[in-house]
Design a protein around this ligand. Structure first.
Ligand code: ACO
Length: 345
């Protein structure tokens, strides 16, 4: 059975920055509290009201396709992880299919909050492994600013907007997504949710007055679960694959809080220099954090690197994925795209 390997990475980040100093003007908070409690310094915000998650996804998708040197009509499937779809339906995947001209693809959205990208990645991988598809695009994207309450200091300091995309193709040489372990537990769903706008509480004057169309989080309670479960998922996948800390080139953690990331790395026996961290620059972009990390670190990655991707999010959802990286990122950084594509086969 082939594995699904990542053969290209793309991203989109809005230019507008929301700094801790900006937030000090909006709610009762301060830079020192935000930095020490979360590790965040600034986030990107998509200000243009006419642009949303599909726009960012399409831009990330186009970069990945350009890097691989293929056109959108070669895609078989587009999966988009998001909790901020442009609309409840049609799916964001449909909007992106049209925007990039993926005339031969089908697609759908995955809703699993901050674990969404990992869940979508596993789904995409299964289509490659089964031989059903040759080229699958997996995107993690969220316009969190559309559901964040900028009057709630407990949550508004945490989130930012962004999108990341990866292309999956078949590999028969031991590279790619080698294992994944995922979990869902709905018994604590109320600790992190958006109560309004679904079929249970459709939009009404009352839901708007109650601010039900904003994300709600019991931060302290979620933190306890996140620390324990992100670390245990990472450990689970390492034990299952007989991996020790020294075998790991990089931990690629969901970026919700620097303290959760550090706890996960400690449990894995991985030092800080082997952890991808960009929460300081982008905050928590929900489904986009992990592909944004892969994009930022692409030039450092070498063929054969062992990566552990780990996430925890609303649902609760959590999991970890073991990836053996399939190409030398430095070649992509040197824009030697044709050569990289040739080595990928
Ligand atoms: N500025 C200043 N003070 C603040 C702020 C702020 N922005 N926010 C909260 N405080 C105060 C609180 O009111 C509280 O004051 P009190 O002690 O007088 O009541 C104090 O700071 C401590 O508040 P806590 O909520 O206990 O702070 P904590 O250290 O837990 O940090 C945080 C809060 C950052 C939200 C943390 O709990 C966290 O990271 N939780 C997990 C987030 C997560 O992983 N979510 C899952 C993924 S996201 C997704 O799926 C969409």
């Amino acid at each position: 059975m082939p594995h699904a390997k990542i053969t290209a990475v793309g991203n989109y980040l809005p230019e507008e920055r929301l700094t801790n100093a900006d937030l000090e003007q909006m709610v009762d908070t301060n830079d020192e509290w935000i930095r020490t409690r979360t590790g965040i310094v600034e986030r990107r915000i998509l200000k243009d009201e006419n642009k949303a998650t599909a726009y960012m996804s399409a831009a990330a998708a186009n970069e990945a396709l350009d890097k691989r040197g293929i056109s959108a009509d070669e895609l078989d499937l587009i999966i988009i992880a998001t909790v901020t779809p442009d609309m409840l339906f049609p799916a964001t995947a449909a909007l992106v299919q049209d925007a990039i001209g993926a005339s031969n693809a089908w697609g759908y959205d995955v809703s699993a909050a901050c674990s969404g990208f990992l869940f979508a990645l596993s789904s995409g991988a299964r289509y490659i492994e089964s031989g059903h598809h040759e080229k699958v695009l997996v995107i993690g994207a969220d316009k969190m600013s559309s559901i964040v309450d900028y009057e709630d200091r407990n949550t508004c300091i945490l989130f930012g907007d962004g999108a990341g995309a990866v292309l999956l193709e078949a590999d028969n040489n031991g590279f790619g997504i080698l294992d994944d372990i995922h979990h869902i537990d709905g018994s604590h769903g109320d600790l992190l949710c958006m109560p309004g706008g679904g079929s249970q509480r459709p939009a009404s004057h009352e839901t708007v007055d109650n601010r039900d169309h904003f994300l709600k989080q019991e931060g302290r309670a979620v933190f306890k679960f996140a620390v324990e479960r992100m670390a245990s998922a990472a450990e689970e996948v390492m034990v299952a694959n007989d991996l020790k800390g020294e075998d790991i080139a990089y931990l690629v953690p969901h970026q919700a809080n620097l303290r959760i990331i550090d706890a996960t790395a400690r449990r894995m026996g991985v030092t800080r220099d082997k952890v991808m961290i960009n929460i300081d620059r982008y905050g928590n972009t929900t489904a986009a954090t992990i592909p944004l990390c892969l994009h930022d670190w692409e030039s450092e990655l070498t063929k054969g690197d062992n990566l552990i991707l780990a996430a925890f999010g609303g649902g609760f959802t959590w999991g970890a994925t073991y990836v053996k990286w399939a190409y030398d990122g430095a070649d992509v950084a040197r824009s030697n795209l044709a050569e990289v594509s040739a080595t990928l086969g």
